[in-house]
Structure formats: structure tokens, C-alpha cells
Ligand binder design. Structure first.
Ligand code: FAD
Ligand code: UDP
Length: 366
């Protein structure tokens, strides 16, 4: 039989695709990596504007408690320590996130953990929720009405385009609630951002690998498939199988980036707008990720939007309907000996970067 030009075609140059391509290349396999975008890095891509590293697809802060993952990314590029401490803006009132003593003090004037617990318990006791059936019930059970109404409801309904009662509880189980004054958004042991931005990390991973950018797998599927023995696929799994079990749903975003002729716009990297009237969810001020010195500043407004008509599928919507459909695709994928599926879209999971790194390092490559 005729030998194919490549051992592997890797579809998608985001975290999963790039790390798997790196592993295969190191193991002496012939790899072709493609991405439909004009750049590598997926949603981690940065762009330098006025000397500031701008996260093109929203704020990306790397955090992990897995020593293998942290050592791996640090072996590629140096990381600069960064602690994400976003501020919530509700109708002009500012609150610290995640929910902690600073938040409780600003909300209720309570100054001790005991008082804060009593206040939250009092609010939670208004509801009789044994097992939360949706995000609203989960939020009320976790933190009570005030926090739900000021800091969760508006943000979440904008973010997902659905009422909180129609969203899965899991989405906010990841938000910490703390009875101390710690404004660190993440609970993980390590946290940071690559010095000089994420592009350097991808440059280190992809050195020596054949790459085609602006190359959509589905525009040329037959030809691309004929070039390699196996495929690693990191795009939407339902599309890979021609939607044979129905369509999965995703949520998209629109980013509006501007350069401002002033030094400091909001004094923090991430500000969340938690009311329902403001149409965007977050403003990112990129220079604060790396304390960059510049007379200018670059900000990005993040607007959630429905997915479709060429918009990027940034988030899977893991409700019961979608998870049931995904399980059918998953079962089909498990029988597929030629293709390996990995990452947020191919596994239809609300993964953060460190989880994708872990999956990419652990996935068996035949
Ligand atoms: P992706 O990065 O999406 O890579 C998939 C790649 O495949 C893309 O480059 C895409 O263009 C390409 N592709 C898809 N279909 C095709 C096709 N048909 N042909 C060719 N190429 C194709 N995680 C954190 O840990 N910390 C954060 O602070 C954080 N912030 C985030 C903020 C936002 C706004 C978003 C959307 C995500 C955030 N994440 C964060 C999550 C992080 O972006 C993901 O975990 C990570 O990017 C997933 O990597 P991936 O390789 O699975 O997918
Ligand atoms: N969330 C919220 N208020 C906030 C921040 C987050 O209600 O100020 C909820 C919202 O439902 C969001 C989820 O928590 O989708 C997860 O937040 P995270 O910051 O992890 O979102 P991501 O960065 O992944 O978009």
C-alpha cells in the first residue's frame, strides 16, 4: 500500500492540537498541523499593540494545581506570576470577586467571618433546596438572594443567553466562596501568564512542525484525510460526524478592542459587569496582566452572542439535551480507530487551559 505523506494530520493549532503535535514530532512522527484561523494558539493568541500584549480572545490566565502541567508549560517559556482579582461592577457599585469577606463587607457591612456566615445562612434559609436542579437554585443555595441578584443573575443570563432557571447548576460550582479577605479568583496552587504573551509558548511547541494556516478541514476534507494515516481532531465533534445525531449548541462572543490615549482606564485587568442592562459582560484592560509601562492602554469589551453564521463556538452548553447528544458522538468516537478527539470542542467540555494541557499530555497516541 502507498505510504501517506504524514503519519498524523492534527486539526486545530490550539492548546490540545499544538501539544499533541509537539509530542508526535518529538517521537519522530511526520505531522501536519492545520488551523482554519490565520494564526496558531487558538483562543490564547496575543497581539502586541503599543507594546502591550493583547489577549485577542478574552483574558487568559493560566492556573493549575497539577505539578506535571505547571512544569511542562514552564519548560517551554518562563511564566510571570499573576493573580487574577477581578472586580464586579453592579450598576456602578464595585465588589471584589470571588465572593469573599471584601464582597460581604461591601454588601452588608459585616466585618467578621462569623457575621458573614450568619448573613449568608439567613439568606439561604429562605429557600428549601435539597439538590439544586438549575443554576438559580444552585446560586441561592450557595450564597443566597443578594449575591445571586447583584453578582450572578445579570452576568450569567447575558453570558449564556438563557434564564438562570434554564441553565445547568455546574456552571457556577466552579466559583469559590471564601470567608477570608483573599481576592484571588482561582484556588489553584500555581497561576501566571507567559512572559511576553502566549505566542512564545506556541512558537516553542511548534518549531519544526509543518503548519498550514487559513486551512479549514471541512473545505478540503477528502484531500487532507488522504494525506495522513491518522487524525487528531480538536474542532466541534458534531460537525466531524456530519451532525448525524443532531446539532450541539455553543455560545459565542464578540470582542471589541480599542486603544485609548490614557495611561490607566479601570485599574484592574478584568472588570465584570454583573447587571443585566450593560450589554457586555467584561472589560479587559490588557496592560495590567504584565504591569506594562505605556502612555496608552488597550481595552476589550466582551459581548456574549448567539452562536451561528460563522461565529466562533467559544463555549459548549452542557445542559441535559446537549450532553445526551454528545454521549452519542462520544460512543461513535470511541469506535473510531483512525481519529483522536481532544479539547473543549471535540470533548464538548467547559475545560480551562490546564485541563486541556493535562488531557493533551495524557492522551494515548498510537
Ligand atoms: P481551541 O483553543 O478552541 O482550539 C481549537 C482550534 O481548532 C482553534 O484554533 C480552531 O480555529 C481550530 N479549528 C476548529 N475547527 C477547525 C476546522 N474545521 N479546520 C481547521 N481548524 C479548526 N482558560 C483558562 O485556563 N484560564 C482563563 O483565564 C481562560 N479564559 C477564557 C476566556 C474566554 C473568553 C474563553 C472563550 C476561554 C477561556 N479559557 C480560559 C479557556 C481556554 O480558552 C480553553 O480551555 C482552551 O483554549 C481550549 O483549547 P483547545 O485546544 O481545546 O481549543
Ligand atoms: N459568574 C457570575 N458572575 C461573575 C462571574 C462569573 O455569575 O461575576 C458565573 C457565570 O455564570 C459564568 C460562570 O460563573 O459563566 C463561570 O465564570 P468564569 O469566570 O469561570 O467564566 P469564564 O472565564 O470561563 O467565561
Amino acid at each position: 500500500m502507498e505510504q501517506k505523506r504524514y503519519d498524523y494530520l492534527v486539526v486545530g493549532a490550539g492548546v490540545f492540537g499544538a501539544i499533541v503535535a509537539w509530542r508526535l514530532h518529538r517521537a519522530g512522527r511526520r505531522v501536519l498541523l492545520i488551523d482554519k484561523r490565520e494564526h496558531t494558539g487558538g483562543n490564547l493568541r496575543c497581539e502586541r499593540i503599543e507594546g502591550i500584549d493583547v489577549h485577542r480572545y478574552g483574558a487568559h490566565i493560566f492556573h493549575t494545581s497539577n505539578p506535571r502541567v505547571w512544569e511542562f508549560v514552564n519548560s517551554l517559556v518562563p511564566f510571570r506570576p499573576f493573580v487574577n482579582s477581578p472586580i464586579a461592577n453592579f450598576e456602578g457599585q464595585l465588589y471584589n470577586l470571588p465572593f469573599n469577606m471584601n464582597t460581604f463587607y461591601a454588601l452588608w457591612g459585616v466585618t467578621t467571618p462569623e457575621e458573614a456566615r450568619a448573613k449568608i445562612d439567613e439568606q439561604r434559609s429562605e429557600y428549601d433546596i435539597a439538590v439544586p436542579q438549575n443554576l438559580e437554585e444552585q446560586a441561592l443555595k450557595l450564597v443566597g438572594r443578594d449575591i445571586y441578584e447583584r453578582l450572578i443573575k445579570g452576568y450569567t443570563e447575558k453570558q449564556w443567553g438563557r434564564a438562570c432557571r434554564e441553565l445547568p447548576a455546574e456552571i457556577i460550582r466552579r466559583l469559590p466562596v471564601r470567608f477570608n479577605f483573599d481576592n484571588n479568583y482561582f484556588d489553584d496552587r500555581w497561576q501566571g501568564i507567559p512572559d511576553g504573551g502566549y505566542n512564545a509558548l506556541f512558537d516553542a511547541l511548534l518549531e519544526g512542525i509543518d503548519i498550514r494556516l487559513g486551512c479549514d478541514f471541512f473545505a478540503n476534507r477528502a484531500e487532507l484525510e488522504s494525506m495522513a494515516e491518522r487524525i487528531v481532531y480538536t474542532g466541534e465533534i458534531d460537525r466531524y460526524y456530519d451532525y448525524c445525531f443532531g446539532r450541539l449548541e455553543y455560545r459565542s462572543l464578540r470582542f471589541e478592542t480599542q486603544t485609548l490615549h490614557r495611561e490607566n482606564f479601570q485599574g484592574v485587568a478584568v472588570m465584570n459587569f454583573t447587571d443585566s442592562r450593560t450589554p457586555y459582560t467584561r472589560i479587559i484592560e490588557h496592560k495590567h496582566f504584565a504591569a506594562t509601562q505605556s502612555p496608552y492602554t488597550v481595552i476589550t469589551h466582551e459581548y456574549p452572542q448567539p452562536w451561528g453564521n460563522g461565529c466562533e463556538p467559544y463555549y459548549p452548553i452542557n445542559d441535559a439535551r446537549n450532553n445526551t447528544i454528545y454521549a452519542l458522538y462520544r460512543a461513535k468516537a470511541e469506535q473510531d480507530e483512525r481519529t483522536i478527539f481532544g479539547g473543549r470542542l471535540a470533548e464538548y467540555r467547559y475545560y480551562d487551559m490546564h485541563q486541556v494541557v493535562e488531557r493533551a499530555l495524557e492522551t494515548k497516541l498510537p
